[in-house]
Design a protein around this ligand. Sequence first.
Ligand code: ACO
Length: 374
Amino acid sequence: MQYSPGLEGIIVKESKICLIDVENSKIYYRGYDIEELADKSTFEETAYLLIYGQLPRASELDAFKERLASLRRPPEHVVKLLGLLPKSAEPIDVLRTAVSAMGMGRNLSDRSPEAELERGLEVIASMPFIAANWDRTRRGLEIADPQAEGHAEYFLRALKGDASPRQIKAMDVMLIIYAEHGMNNSAFTAVTVASTLSDMYSVISAAIASLKGPLHGGANIDAAKMIEEVGEPGRVQRWVDEALAAGKRIPGFGHRLYKRGPDPRLRVLRRLARELAEEAGDYKYYEIAERLEEYVHSRLSHKGIYANTDLYAAVIFKYLGLPTDLNLPAFAMSRAAGWVAHAVEYRRNNRLIRPTERYIGPVGLRYIPLEARG
Ligand code: ACO
């Protein structure tokens, strides 16, 4: 048996959801180029595509959007839970806990892929409510449940009261771009949990736990903090030199798959960040990211380290006015579409995930009584 640290290069499932064509720097959701989806689609349509496997007809899309809208407000015990948690709680922890609580008191006996898909839709629909209203709750504001066309508008309106059409479009593009990315750590976690025939609330809360780590989605918070710390484009070189001299990793850089050039999603995200900078009349964050890209590449491209999505996601979320620690829930509320798609796809042809390990410890040791151990 072959050992592959970090499961690098190991195929754990067959999938029709996402093709990452590293060679040609392209990503396809269900066969559609994500750059075209980012340009022409919406998060709702893309989520439908990921979950059901095809683009919806107009009537199907309307019904899907109505269904999501009807599910936005989570059960009352979850709304009340927001008021009970410590105000210092990290938003991603609140989201994970709230999703877990959504499954409580439910009849979960039907574990068919269809039933799990319905539960998945409920969770996807409610995540913007939970993320935005957690921020409101900790600021001492009332719960908000605004009228909105979709996820992006709902989230920004609930969070900030208002948002320009351009900001809503930018948020929507972020949600499309973040929605899916093959067998990443959180998708694998989702599939692993789903493979035990556990329920979708558990699947998604486990995936959120995975996404939280700074080597995965948590990098979009660390990248935002880095941009704040750097402060201005002229300070990039010094910041990076000091970080590398201290043996630190630069957040928003490096990827298991992209070792020969930047993440293909950056073509969309750089443009989006630039447009938002232009709208704000302030290019500072954009320029810091650009300089970081240039300088980190000059220092680390020989190791296969290039910018990843989280660098520009951090810039975009800054221009959208998100509190830094909401970057990660914003990622989760998009990626949930991919998690549900993977969990349901896997469950249609389920086999318990149970890898193995190579034991390298001792055997045959003699038991020493406690009093004789010295
Ligand atoms: N900054 C500095 N050095 C780095 C970075 C980085 N961001 N990433 C990797 N390296 C170095 C490693 O230290 C290692 O150096 P060495 O060979 O001298 O020991 C070399 O590059 C190879 O690194 P690996 O850990 O083998 O690369 P791996 O493919 O396992 O890691 C990972 C990928 C975890 C994403 C890594 O690049 C990283 O920690 N990046 C920073 C966090 C980040 O941005 N994560 C988001 C990833 S995208 C996403 O999940 C949404």
